[in-house]
Each structure stands twice: as C-alpha cells, then as structure tokens.
Design a protein around this ligand. Structure first.
Ligand SMILES: [Zn+2]
Length: 474
C-alpha cells in the first residue's frame, strides 16, 4: 500500500448519485479511516454508464469498509468492480440486503459477461476484445467480505467510526444509515451523519414504515421523486382498469418489473384486486430467475416473521398466492410463453427494459393492439422503458425495430420511493434540524425541488452537491 494522503478534517465526497439517480457512492474520509456508503453502478444514458469504467478516485485497497443501504444495483452493483481493483475491506449490511445481494450481484456479473461476449461475437465493441466490467469470480469474491448487522444494533466498523441501520421501508433489508465519527482525539464533539438511502413509503404492502431520521448534524437525503406527488388511488384505479380491459379483450398484460421488491409489491396488489373482484382471475406468470430468487427471500422473511416485515403478515404461508401464480424457470417455458395466445399477466425483468427476458416478451407483445404494457416503476432517461413512456412508435429490441401498437400504461407513480411530500414529512420528523442537508439521488429538477422544499418548509439549510464535490466538516 502506498503512502496515504489523509485529510486533516473529515471529508465527505460525492463520488456518485449526485445530479443523477444512479451510482450512489459517498466516501467518508477521516485522518485514520475511509468508509464508503453505498457502492452503486451508474445506469441509464451512455455517458453515465461510461463512468463505471473510470478509475476509482481513491485506491480501493485503502477503503476500510463499505456500508450498504440496500441491494438495488444502483447502490451495490459496483462492489465487484471495486473488489476487482483491490478492495478487501469489510462490507456491512443487514441480513435482508445480503440475501438479495447474493442474487443481484451474481446476475449483474452474468449480464456483464454476456454483454461483452455478445459485443465480441458481433464485433461492435470499440475495445478489442470487449471486456466485462467484472465477472462471476469478482461477485463471489466480494460476497465473502460481507458481514451483517441487524437494524437498530450499532456496530463499530473502522477506527473511530460507528454505524447503525434503521428501517427504510423501501425493499427487504433496506436501511437508513447513521454514522457517528468519534472526534474525541481533537477535543470536539462527535459528528453524526444520516444517509436516507432510498426512502420507502409509509404504506409499503409488506414492510414496516421507515423510521424517522436519526439524530444528525449532516443529512444526506435522496430525491428520486423530489418534484412529484404520488396519486395512489388514481394509480390503483388505472392499474385495475388496464388489466380488466386487456384481459377482457383477450390480450396479455406485460409488466416489466424490477426483479427485487417490485414483483412482490405487484403480486400483493394483484391478490388484493382479485379478492376485491376488481380484476378478473387470469394466470399470472413470473418470468425472471432473479425475481423468483428474490421472491423466495421475501417468502422466508415473511414466514420467519422478520422485524422489518409488517406484523400482520408474520407467518403467512401464501402471501403471494394471487389467482394462478406460475413461476417460469427455464428458457424453453419462457419462449413458449412469448407465443402463447391465452390472456394472461406476465411479470418479467428488467424493470426499465434494459435487458433480460422482458425484451423477448416486448418483441412479441408490442406489435398487437390488444396487449398492454404497464410501466410500473421509475424509468431512467435513455432506457427503453422511458422511450415507451414518451410515446415511441417503434422500439429497437434485440437488433430489430418493433412497432409499438400495444397500449402503454404509465404506472410509474406506483412507487416504493417516498414522494415529495413524504420526503419533506420524513425530514421534518427529525428531532432536530441538521446543520446542513445534501440532496442527492435525483435528476437535477427533482433534487432542486426538494432542496427548495427543505429550505422553505422546514428551514433546513440544504444544497444539491455536484458529482465529485468534496465537503470538509470540522
Ligand atoms: Zn432502491
């Protein structure tokens, strides 16, 4: 290890998730330790994805620990790349996050390898040969560095640094992270930071509501929906209507879903709608190996009655038994499903149609006006999901252009992210005002709207940090 240039005062560096919703990476540096909060992959437009290939700004072997707020790829997906570049520190997360990371990181490595192989076969890479960002061995290697801590159990993770996980109510295992820096050596009081991670909503159908913000001098808050209000009733009505009409017309409802959590939320909602007689019973296919693996983790957490699961679900044997739930595992079954003419609901990943089996379903279903595609989650700029939302008449899929005649239903407000009012209410429930709030994890308009709301409605001094910006606090 070379000589380290250590800062005299603690520094917070925004290495990602600033001015964008992906690539969350916040580096805390003290005189004696380096800790990274989240280690996310940049996703979306090409100029963002290219950032994944840039050299990490500090030598990865000098990082003592990585703390994960949750298992979504934009928060953990860069970990294998960090491992590949020499990181061998500790990775701290909750048991739920570990279970989901096993699924998500292995899948991500598989996609990286497959895309590189595809590029080589078809000769469209500028690199000769195209290389994956990381491989299976790096995902497996970094998983060996994981250690779990339960929510509400403080843990010392590096010299002078203690963390604690709090419920975030976003996906299984998700956490708000509080960090305490011990400043006794400088004769100053300790510095407390709180990172919201992705903040869930009070009414997640499976998870307990988020805890209030931990006591903090510095608050780092997400702003994915910092300029939006969710209209829940209207959203559910639209969901039920789209399904009833499509099934009634003999069509197929295709729901590109984020494999983790979104599938569970949708299945729960479908069950409630079927039971209320608001949608007809139809076969429901879950066609994504990753979604099925995550579903298994959720089922276990529910049956074992984990604390973060809503108490009324504890021990429930069939929490997702909506109508006729069919788990599609192998590729042959998946192919048959794309040519089936039986009215059905098909849930398949990925959620923004950037890859995965959903591409084959889209290619098969988009040209037919009887079908419907329900976009039920955030669609980042530049993704196929966003193009559909924006009214694209043709879509490039699997090397071909496919006409879009199916109905596109915008259900992006069906969200497990707090909306503007929920974010402000959450921040406002803090026991004291932070000295400063940093608004991250949002497209620029969303972050700016939340920043303004925090200032005007709560009197919180708030700023939107820039990518690579560093803040010193002493
Ligand atoms: Zn998330």
């Amino acid at each position: 290890m070379g000589t380290l240039r250590r800062p005299r005062a603690p520094i917070l560096r925004f290495l990602g998730g600033a001015g964008t919703v992906s690539g969350s990476r916040f580096l805390l540096e003290t005189r004696v330790a380096r800790v990274l909060i989240d280690c996310g992959l940049f996703q979306g437009l090409k100029n963002l994805r290219l950032r994944n290939w840039e050299r990490f700004p500090v030598a990865p072997e000098t990082i003592d620990a990585v703390v994960l707020t949750h298992a979504h790829l934009d928060h953990c997906g860069y970990l294998p790349a960090l491992f590949k570049q020499g990181f061998r520190g500790r990775v701290l997360c909750t048991p739920g996050t570990l279970e989901l990371c096993k699924v998500i990181l292995a899948d991500s490595a598989f996609i990286q390898e497959r895309d590189a192989e595809f590029a080589n076969k078809h000769g469209y890479s500028k690199h000769e040969p195209a290389l994956p960002l990381y491989g299976q061995e790096h995902a497996a290697g970094v998983l060996e560095l994981f250690e779990t801590a339960l929510h509400h159990q403080p843990r010392a993770i590096a010299s002078g640094i203690e963390i604690e996980f709090h419920y975030a109510g976003h996906i299984l295992g998700s956490s708000i992270v509080s960090v305490e820096l011990d400043n006794a050596a400088d004769g100053r009081k300790n510095t407390r930071l709180a990172f919201s991670g992705d903040l869930g909503r009070p009414d997640h159908p499976l998870l307990r509501p988020p805890d209030p913000p931990p006591d903090a001098d510095i608050l780092v808050i997400e702003s994915t929906y910092g300029n939006r209000r969710h209209e829940d009733d209207a959203v559910i009505d639209l969901f039920a209507e789209s399904i009833s009409r499509t099934i009634g017309n003999g069509g197929t409802v295709l729901i590109p879903a984020f494999a983790v959590d979104r599938t569970e939320v949708i299945l729960r909602l479908l069950e409630q709608l079927v039971r209320a007689g608001r949608i007809p019973e139809a076969p429901i296919y879950v066609d994504s190996p990753m979604a099925l693996a995550a579903l298994k983790s959720y089922r276990e957490a529910i049956q074992e009655g984990w604390e973060e699961i809503r108490p009324e679900l504890h021990g429930k044997e069939q929490p997702f038994s909506a109508g006729q739930l069919i788990e599609v595992r192998d590729v042959e079954e998946s192919k048959q499903l794309t040519v089936s003419s039986e009215p059905a609901i098909v849930i398949s990943a990925s959620g923004m149609a950037t890859g995965g089996r959903v591409l084959h379903h889209l290619a098969a279903r988009l040209p037919d006006a009887r079908n419907c595609v329900i976009l039920a989650g955030y669609q980042a700029a530049g993704t196929r999901g966003r193009h559909l939302l924006d009214g694209a008449r043709t879509l490039k899929l699997l090397g071909r252009y496919v006409p879009v005649r199916a109905k596109i239903t915008n259900l992006t407000a069906l969200s497990v992210h707090a909306d503007r009012d929920e974010l402000v209410a959450w921040a406002g429930s803090a026991t004291r005002k932070p000295d400063i709030s940093f608004v991250v994890h949002g497209e620029p308009e969303a972050s700016e709207a939340l920043r303004e709301a925090l200032e005007t409605e709560l009197g919180f001094p708030a700023v939107v940090p820039k990518q690579q910006e560093r803040i010193r606090f002493d």
